[in-house]
Ligand binder design. Structure first.
Ligand code: Z5A
Length: 241
């Protein structure tokens, strides 16, 4: 089988350095003589992305389910482009993906001090609060191209806040960010456990301590990405397939 490009996703909280590190990574990949295509979600330039942008800037109010589906639709808008880059042998570098979609939607309805083990796995008790549970949140993204590697840039909300503070957008609040972090941790555990058992094709999940000095973070990211520069042999997986 011909090698295809690798699909690398960078996830993390607000101000964790996703944009900064994605940019540095793109340059390093190019300097290594490899082709790279960058994608960022939400892509606010598409018709659906424009609706998301209005919502994030609190210029419109939408039901939580609708917003969740819009974020997912925004990924589907670019799914065939991502596949085509991968088939052409390009490494696809993606700033946020479906894991953000789940983390932010589920976090909205968690209590301030979430007990995730009892909350997000209990469909019954969770369902009474709202139908947005993990199962519901995953469904619209099922069968999207799945990443080979997800780098989760982990930073505490306190450290994130020192990087310029939270801005004006809807989710940029310490309490929300801390709930999002809890859901991301749960998603990471699930993806890693599934990868260990060879179940879902959701790729590998690596947690990077992004609270450290920028150069240190860059070097650790590079150690994980470098082995993927020559592409991968397996076909592209599908999320939660
Ligand atoms: N969202 C959702 O709800 N559902 C979905 O499906 C998706 C997203 C895909 C907008 O995303 C919101 O959409 C987001 C999630 C939600 N809400 N929140 N919060 P966005 O991508 O447009 O915004 P963002 O991801 O939050 O981007 P950001 O604020 O720009 O954060 P960042 O890219 O991670 O950080 P950065 O711009 O690279 O760095 C921030 C600052 O920190 C900057 O000054 C850097 O120079 C500095 N920095 C970076 N690294 C370091 C280190 N290591 N040390 C010191 N300073 C650093």
């Amino acid at each position: 089988m011909a090698r295809r490009g690798a699909f690398v996703v960078v996830e993390g909280l607000d101000r964790s350095g996703k944009t900064t590190q994605t940019d540095i990574l793109r340059q390093r990949i190019q300097e290594a003589g490899k082709e790279v295509a960058c994608v960022k979600f939400p892509d606010r330039s598409t018709p659906i992305g424009k609706m998301i942008d209005l919502y994030l800037r609190s210029q419109s109010d939408l039901d939580d389910h609708v917003v969740h589906l819009l974020f997912s639709a925004n990924r589907w808008e670019l799914a065939s482009t991502i596949l085509s880059h991968l088939e052409q042998g390009k490494l696809v570098l993606c700033d946020r993906y479906a894991f953000s979609g789940i983390a932010f939607s589920v976090a909205k309805i968690l209590p301030s001090q979430p007990s995730l083990s009892t909350t997000i796995h209990s469909e019954q008790s969770f369902g009474k609060l709202s139908p947005i549970n993990l199962t519901w949140a995953r469904a619209p993204d099922s069968a999207l191209p799945s990443p080979d590697l997800t780098l989760f840039l982990d930073v505490s909300p306190e450290v994130a806040y020192t990087r310029g503070g939270y801005g004006e957008e809807r989710y940029e609040k310490a309490d929300m960010q801390s709930r999002v972090r809890s859901v991301f941790e749960e998603i990471g555990r699930e993806v890693s456990a599934d990868a260990g058992e060879g179940k879902h094709g959701n790729g590998k999940w690596i947690v990077i301590d992004a609270g450290r000095e920028m150069h240190t973070v860059t070097e650790e990211i590079w150690r994980h990405v470098q082995p993927l520069l020559d592409g991968v042999e397996s076909s592209v997986g599908r999320l939660w397939a």
